[in-house]
Every structure is written in structure tokens, then in C-alpha cells.
Design a protein around this ligand. Structure first.
Ligand code: CA
Length: 241
């Protein structure tokens, strides 16, 4: 028998049609999931980035940013959260476009709530190991826990503002890659929010002050390109000591 109300899985539902949103929310909460909602693409993207989710249920036709584009932005930022698309489209080409990462699924409207719940449970079962893995990222001696929204360097916990946290999370999820200021702005700041490239430098310097003091440098400046977070190399550690 299902143990109602004791689940910890958090689901984000992005759907602009209010009756469907209310119906799905009610059904998922009744099943015991924790559900939050958004009514547009940009709002959904901001919520997807600012919190950790076990699964997203995304309408495809959304105002501002469609469900496929929203998913692509998350995948580009290294987020492989499972996604179930709700689509009125039945064109196979449209559907193929949506399957960007592993573990995506879709339901064509109208769908039964029971089927949606079964698909969600199946996806969560498949992804169970990955969920815990995804919540924690470690690079060098820095650990970021997305469930707890906390960051440590070694034993020391580091307090970060929401923007600093999102910036560090993006750098850590893409560790070893060189990220341009434009990429950082696109993935860290809210969709459509205008920020000067110098704003990125400012936040990088805040992060360095909190993360890099006295220890080996993690965040490198790649001149003329952008920034990269990497495990400190032995030689670099020597130089900083
Ligand atoms: Ca819609």
C-alpha cells in the first residue's frame, strides 16, 4: 500500500493552462509528491534553476519559452533532471526535438492523471541513484549540496548569496570547461535579465574572496575568454602557499 504524504520527491510543474495545472497539482499532491508550479517558460526556468527537483513536468507550448527550449537550457548548464513533457503536438519531428538528454518522456494531451502518475513513478525509480548523485557535486575540496543548498570548502561551510550560489553551481557542474561571460550570464542570471559582463567579474571576485582565500585557486581566469573552475594543480598550490 502506498504510504501517503511521506514522499520527499519534489516535482516542478510548468503549465500555462490553469485548469490542467490545478488538476495535475491536486493529483500529484494526493499521491504524496511535493509540487510547485509555474505558469510560463521563463518563470519555470527560474524555478528549475533556483531549487533542486527530482523531476519536471513541462508543458511544451508555454508563453515566453517553450518546454523543449527550457530543457535545452538546463541540459546546457549540466542539469540532467528527468523531464516529462505534456504535449498537444503529435508531430514526431516535434517530439524528437524534445528528447535532448537521457530519461525524458512525454504524454500527449489529453492524458489520464493515473498514467501521468505511473510514468512519474517509473522515471523516479529509474533515476533514484542519480538523484542523490546529482544533489552533491564535489570539485577538489569544495562540495556543493543542492538539496541542502549548502557549500563547504573542506570542513568549513561557506555562506553564499543566492547569485553567488547559482554562479558556483554553474561553474562546478561544468568543472574543467572554459565558460564565457555570455554563457555565465545566460545560465546564472534570470532569463531576460540584463547584466553587464563586468557584473560577472564582480561576482567571480566575491566567490573568490569566499572560496579561494589562503587555499589553492579553483576559479581560473582564461584571458579573453572567460572562467574555468578546476581542481587545483599541485604546481599552482605550491605557488599560492
Ligand atoms: Ca500550453
Amino acid at each position: 500500500m502506498r504510504d501517503l504524504g511521506s514522499r520527499e520527491e519534489r516535482i516542478l510543474l510548468v503549465e500555462d493552462e490553469e485548469p490542467i495545472r490545478d488538476l495535475v497539482t491536486t493529483a500529484l499532491r494526493f499521491t504524496g509528491f511535493t509540487v510547485e508550479t509555474a505558469a510560463s517558460g521563463p518563470e519555470g526556468l527560474a524555478q528549475a534553476r533556483n531549487n533542486s527537483w527530482h523531476l519536471l513536468v513541462l508543458d511544451v507550448n508555454l508563453p515566453g519559452l517553450d518546454g523543449f527550449a527550457l530543457t535545452r537550457k538546463l541540459r546546457e548548464a549540466g542539469d540532467d533532471v528527468p523531464v516529462i513533457f505534456l504535449t498537444a503536438r503529435d508531430d514526431p519531428a516535434d517530439l524528437r526535438e524534445g528528447f535532448t538528454g537521457g530519461g525524458d518522456d512525454y504524454l500527449t494531451k489529453p492524458f489520464s492523471l493515473e498514467e501521468l502518475v505511473l510514468r512519474i513513478e517509473a522515471m523516479l525509480r529509474r533515476g533514484r541513484g542519480r538523484v542523490a548523485e546529482r544533489a552533491r557535486v564535489t570539485v577538489g575540496d569544495v562540495t556543493l549540496d543542492d538539496d541542502a543548498h549548502r557549500v563547504w570548502r573542506g570542513e568549513r561551510e561557506i555562506e553564499l548569496s543566492p547569485t553567488e550560489y547559482r554562479l558556483l553551481r554553474y561553474l562546478m557542474r561544468n568543472a574543467g570547461r572554459v565558460l564565457s561571460r555570455a554563457q555565465i550570464i545566460e545560465h546564472v542570471w534570470d532569463y531576460g535579465y540584463a547584466i553587464e559582463p563586468s557584473g560577472v567579474e564582480t561576482y567571480i571576485s566575491y566567490l573568490r574572496r569566499k572560496l579561494d582565500d589562503r587555499d589553492a585557486r579553483l576559479i581560473r581566469t582564461v584571458r579573453g575568454v572567460g572562467y574555468s573552475l578546476r581542481e587545483p594543480e599541485p604546481g599552482v598550490m605550491e605557488a599560492n602557499r
